[in-house]
Design a protein around this ligand. Sequence first.
Ligand SMILES: CCCCCCCCCCCCCCCC(=O)SCCNC(=O)CCNC(=O)[C@H](O)C(C)(C)COP(=O)(O)OP(=O)(O)OC[C@H]1O[C@@H](n2cnc3c(N)ncnc32)[C@H](O)[C@@H]1OP(=O)(O)O
Length: 222
Amino acid sequence: MTVNTQPATERPDPRAFGLPVVEQADIPAELRTLVGRVHALIDTVANTTETDPAVLAEAAAAVEEVTDRLAAAPRRQIGTMVRRDLPDGDSEYGTITNIVAGDTNPAAPPLSLVPAAGGGVHGEVTLDTVYQGPPGLVHGGWIAALLDQAVGTASSLATSPGLTARLEVNYRRPTPLFNPLEITAEVERTERRKVYVNGRIRVNGEVTAEATAIMVRVEVPE
Ligand SMILES: CCCCCCCCCCCCCCCC(=O)SCCNC(=O)CCNC(=O)[C@H](O)C(C)(C)COP(=O)(O)OP(=O)(O)OC[C@H]1O[C@@H](n2cnc3c(N)ncnc32)[C@H](O)[C@@H]1OP(=O)(O)O
């Protein structure tokens, strides 16, 4: 089964679930720049060795000021989705603040997953110390999160969107920070609403973690 089994036009529109949809192309470039700067801020704060109370207090006040300025605008509705065009001309929906792949989430890596030539999805991401667990290594929970996103996206594109009912992760080798992680996933088979999916993370061609998952497809409201 390939990811193009079901054309985008046959996938449920999130608006059928009462969720607003933003076009990816309509996300302002300046917001993307801001998201990147805030991610850099998270990484910098996590790693700063600055101890001067005046410098730290000034930084906190500056962050509070810009937070208050942005908070003057209404917040997005929870569950806001983004529609993304895929390289093959297809399209997909994702939650705009998704912690793994959300366009507007500064805490997200973010992971961009696209259809793979041989079926399934693939993506590449390099993680900084924001995602550190053991020294120099990616946190195991984040490895599971990356794989969850990959199996969920593979299932959604090949069939229709669902929730993860079961996710089993095998941690084969340590997954390093600051190295490109190649992430792939593909549907193995479907049974009624259940979609059996496999995924893995490779570093320099070697599998560091792999997952098997069951996604249960959500039912579209009439
Ligand atoms: C369109 C708008 C949205 C678009 C969106 C697009 C997003 C596109 C990108 C997605 C990428 C996201 C990737 C992250 C994905 C998460 O992180 S999802 C969040 C984590 N998961 C959850 O919170 C799920 C919590 N669990 C539940 O809500 C419910 O247990 C479930 C999974 C929906 C199933 O409940 P249910 O709908 O009542 O289904 P139920 O009738 O009990 O079972 C259906 C079938 O599944 C089987 N099953 C149920 N649970 C299990 C289980 N744990 N183990 C094995 N089998 C099970 C049943 O045995 C049954 O099998 P059959 O009888 O057909 O053989």
